[in-house]
Design a protein around this ligand. Sequence first.
Ligand code: SF4
Length: 340
Amino acid sequence: MYKIDSYLIPLDEVLSILSRLKAKSIFLEAPPGVRDLAFMLSSLIEDNVDVSIYHSGRFTWGFCDVGINDAKLLGVDAILHVGHVNPLRYCSGRGVHIENISSIPVIYMPFYYNIEAPEDAITDVCRVLSKYVYVAYPVNYEITALQILKHLPRDVSYEANVMTGCYINAMDKLDMYDQILVVAGGFFHALTFKILNSNLKVLNYDPHRGKLYDVENYFRRIYALKVDSIRKCLNAKSFAIILVNKPGQYNLKLARDVKKLLQENNFKSIIVCTDEVSNNLISLYPNIDVFINTGCPRLAFDNIDQYEKPLINPGEVKTIITGRLNSYSLKLLLNNSITI
Ligand code: SF4
């Protein structure tokens, strides 16, 4: 691994892939918080390989969010996607993986925060964990997560895996665990578990702060806003179904199925195609009461207080149509089934 500032990156692997692909031009994209890394990385690549680099100005929220359209327009030979990995393809220690999307090789290059948990923080974590624990972390926190795992008491058994905001390897068996430990900056990843099963005990160790948090109160606050937002949808007459054109989120069939369901129940709707879902988009449609997002499922939860109109997910449409708020469950958020 190559150390660059506070990051570790698999630089040699990326350089050898670029040589193997004989790439003459690449599109380099990175999440919003690490454009400093993208800047430093592009210099390192240019020092070693004869390649033109175009930086993406898009947000790049996850491994689902690849700038294929920009890459096609530029005619580049490959996309270097920094910071996210496909959790189904990632192998710890192997680093980089490549996928072909619309015939363009996409090189998924993780970076790792080089942060060791201090001794007293590890003691805190070990004190509260017991029995059977599921440990999950976005790939960038793997170093800290593996360090903590090494120190867990002998009587604590665990499973550990890389996760994203909408994918957990142990999705179907979460009831088995006594506690969940997420190693990540902020609570976004920890909330994935609460969305899937609100009864779980979820702790979050934040390597940047060196502190352990119980996410319960934070979750309850957003959950209350979410239920309030669903309640506001019950009198809605007009809907916009948002079709997101990011390769890993685009789902035309789902958008059309939702439209058909609304039509069958005498609701008016339009389909709006976009790259980003934001309040700016929502504010462009004064006649629409509710927006249904077929893209990233987390926007209708984590960002719920940022929209002037309700934003819901396809799985939640049945609650609106039937009006049965008492049968609403947060699990519908990550479930695209629209069958009533
Ligand atoms: S869909 Fe959303 S939560 Fe899932 S990987 Fe993409 S950005 Fe992350």
